[in-house]
Design a protein around this ligand. Sequence first.
Ligand code: NAP
Ligand code: GDP
Length: 309
Amino acid sequence: MSKKIVVTGGNGLVGSQFEGNDYIKYSSKLFDLRNTNHVDSMFRKLQYEPFRLDGVIHTAAKVGGVGGNMKYKGEFFYDNIMMNTNVIESARKHNVKNLVCFLSTCVFPDDVEYPLTEKKIHLGPPHKSNDAYAYAKRMGDIQIRAYREQYGLNYKSVIPTNIYGPNDNFDVENGHVLPSLIHKCFIARESGNDFEVWGSGKPLREFIFNKDVAELSRWVLDNYNEDEPIILSTSEEISIKDLVGIVVDEMNYKGKVKWLSDKPDGQFRKPSDNSKIKNLLPKYKFTPIEDGIRETVKWFEDNYPNIRK
Ligand code: NAP
Ligand code: GDP
């Protein structure tokens, strides 16, 4: 009997990168993962398929940038805590032995000694701008550890930094910085209006390409079995100002960039320590950010207007 892996959030930025016969995906229209009955139905259905369910990669989440996180705190808390709780518990009830749960570097405390390591998740409150999302995601770590301890399951978590790539959500109000910048730069180029960027440009972020995240988290599913989560990061920081420079170059934008100082800067920086994944996979080559942005811009231009936005 063949083996398959369920990818929750299979249409998303990360989920879309799991391609081929190994994977099975369902849309939120079929199974709303906030609903316990839907999640149980999904796992029950999988038991009657002509393949053996060999693991879960749980990427589904309510996700957004600093704008969305500040505006929809209730939804970010409820949706994420329900999805994680339901998926992990139902996987256990249906005898799934192997699961990867997605956290985020937002889970870390705001006031903490840098760099961020896997040991520092619970050392203080997260940044106010995304605390509802962060606390809901932190509980994923607690649930995974509890289930490992009580049930001896090979469940674990990954902590990616800011992710980007083809198939992102290009919502300019609520999305993450890179897809928002690409979309806004495109609108400015086509309309002749200024390209409006939020904040001071000084904050620093680390970006990882969605294909790298998919490859690494599949590796984690197959090869990693520890209670401590694992950070997925290049550990290379870039300022928002420099990021805007790359987007402007790749989009061939010749107009003016206008900085909106009344818009939020969010957390100043969240530098992460990637030594754990580096020690486990010393030869892994992360996609350089310029190459990743070039591929994302091409995908955006090729698919516009049929993009998530
Ligand atoms: P995304 O592109 O927004 O995709 C999220 C997916 O979750 C969508 O495919 C959506 O399914 C699914 N989903 C949302 N609500 C659902 C519900 N109620 N029931 C079922 N499915 C639901 O997100 P992403 O950027 O790929 O993020 C993947 C994971 O990485 C998330 O856990 C996120 O927290 C984490 N992460 C993301 C970033 C980042 O920068 N993007 C950074 C760090 C960590 P449908 O399309 O079918 O509605
Ligand atoms: P974060 O890493 O969780 O804070 O989320 P984001 O992906 O939203 O990144 C936020 C950083 O990018 C902040 O410093 C913002 O000021 C900056 N930024 C600049 N322009 C934009 C934009 O159009 N959208 C978003 N989301 N952030 C922007």
